[in-house]
Ligand binder design. Structure first.
Ligand code: UD1
Length: 417
């Protein structure tokens, strides 16, 4: 098991090239199984979640080659329509393969994903949408069995703008005869990215980024080359690292237009953010100040994925910040670790009240999930003395060599096995 050891006394300053977006590359890799030819995906981040997605592709029978930041997927010999339990357990978001496998084979069998560290995470909205496309679904022995003998485009209204349900519906519908309309679709930039990728392959999809997506089914999709957009959550995490250690951070290859709600909060704390083309620059506040109330919401609202990293930053602010977690019910598990480091945080249901003390002290802490782990890194930068973070494998799910990125900006951070 790896640990990160951070000494918060050194200032972070420098340039960071932002990695490709995890939440964009996963559905795009799932989409590659739909094409006749080979797909070449550039700017793929080196993450354990990407490795697990490659395992799923190989298990289905695809040939996958990885070099530098590229992943080549050749789905010509794809033979299986099943995702076994051991793969599904490793990564819940493999559920996004369901729509793609149904579109490819007219049937699918995947293990029920179950809950995860941040909540129960049901898939009822995915299944309801697929049923509306004519897929017959039965659930037994922990598996979901799908058969789609007479798929038809349909008008689908999602009860909540779920990212995964929107992606699964797009994947299932892009080769389904007729027109599918998804109302109350998720508007996250990763949805638009999936639309752009599928359209490059020959699909006919419009409206992603808004709340209504229109899909005209096509018969065939073709292999293409595509480069993954920058990761907006990783971008904001590194800006928060700069703010925590009072250093100027320059993000390269970033996309500020995807980061509005997060930039707003960083500015509210007193930091200055400048955008120059694809660079986003943070110059830190002399004194960070509390930001009032921050509520997580579907995009373009404040993302749940950055709630814990920004809460860690709020412990270093003068004054009060309140975080309301509206998306996942179990996303406050970092708080007890922050409290071990001296933070003053009170929880009432989905609300956490942070009284900034500006005085964290290094301690041994444990990452319990991906973004909560990143929050502990930020706390380590704010704290006096050494912070040891256990369970780094959670952080590795979403951050490419976090210790190398931060060390290249002068942070005293080491990984120990
Ligand atoms: C995706 C992201 C995750 C992010 C989340 C919200 C990926 C791989 N993961 O997860 O990083 O935190 O969006 O921005 O892209 N829900 C249901 N029934 C369903 C589906 C969802 O009740 O069938 C609920 C969930 O439990 C949750 C909320 O809807 O409370 C949002 O979930 P959703 O948008 O689906 O998130 P994911 O796609 O799982």
């Amino acid at each position: 098991m790896s640990k990160l050891i951070i000494d918060g006394n050194k200032k972070m300053e420098g340039e960071i090239e932002v990695q490709g977006a995890k939440n964009a590359v996963l559905p795009i890799l799932a989409a590659t199984i739909l094409s006749e030819g080979k797909n070449v995906i550039h700017n793929c981040p080196r993450l354990s979640d990407v490795d697990k997605t490659i395992e799923v592709l190989k298990n289905l029978g695809c040939k996958v080659v990885r070099y530098k930041d590229c992943i080549e997927v050749d789905a010509h010999d794809i033979s299986s329509y099943t995702i076994p339990e051991e793969l599904m357990r490793q990564m819940r978001s493999s559920i996004v393969f369901l729509g793609a496998i149904i579109a490819k084979f007219g049937k699918a069998e995947v293990s029920m994903p179950g809950g995860c560290e941040i909540g129960v995470r049901p898939i009822d909205l995915h299944l309801k949408a697929l049923r509306q496309l004519g897929v017959e679904i039965t659930e037994s022995h922990g598996y979901i069995h799908c058969v789609s003998e007479n798929p038809q485009g349909a008008k689908i209204h999602l009860d909540f703008p779920s990212v995964g349900a929107t992606e699964n519906t797009m994947l299932a519908a892009c080769m389904t005869e007729g027109t599918t309309i998804i109302e109350n679709a998720a508007r996250e930039p990763e949805i638009e990215e999936l639309q752009n990728f599928l359209n490059r392959m020959g699909a006919r999809i419009s409206g992603a980024g808004g709340d209504t997506i229109v899909i005209d089914g096509v018969r065939k999709l073709y292999g293409v080359e595509y480069s993954i957009m920058p990761d907006r959550i990783v971008s904001a995490t590194y800006l928060a690292c700069g703010a925590a250690s009072k250093g100027t951070v320059v993000l390269k290859k970033a996309k500020a237009s995807h980061m509005g709600a997060m930039i707003n909060v960083l500015e509210g704390m007193g930091n200055k953010i400048y955008v120059e083309g694809d660079k986003v620059i943070l110059t830190p506040a002399k004194k960070l100040t509390g930001v009032g109330t921050v509520k997580t919401m579907p995009y373009p609202g404040f993302p749940t994925d950055i709630q814990s990293p920004f809460m860690a930053l709020a412990t270093g602010c003068e004054g009060t910040s309140i975080f309301v977690e509206n998306i996942f019910e179990n996303r406050f598990r970092h708080i007890e670790e922050l409290v071990r480091m001296g933070a003053d945080i009170k929880i009432d249901g989905r609300v956490a009240v942070v009284i900034g003390t500006g005085k964290l002290t290094g301690a041994k802490v444990v990452a319990k999930e991906l973004r909560g782990g990143a929050a502990l890194v930020i706390a380590g930068l704010l704290a006096e003395g050494k912070t040891e973070i256990e369970n780094v494998h959670y952080i590795d799910r979403g951050y490419e060599s976090i210790e190398n990125v931060l060390a290249s900006c002068g942070v005293d951070i080491k990984r120990r096995e």
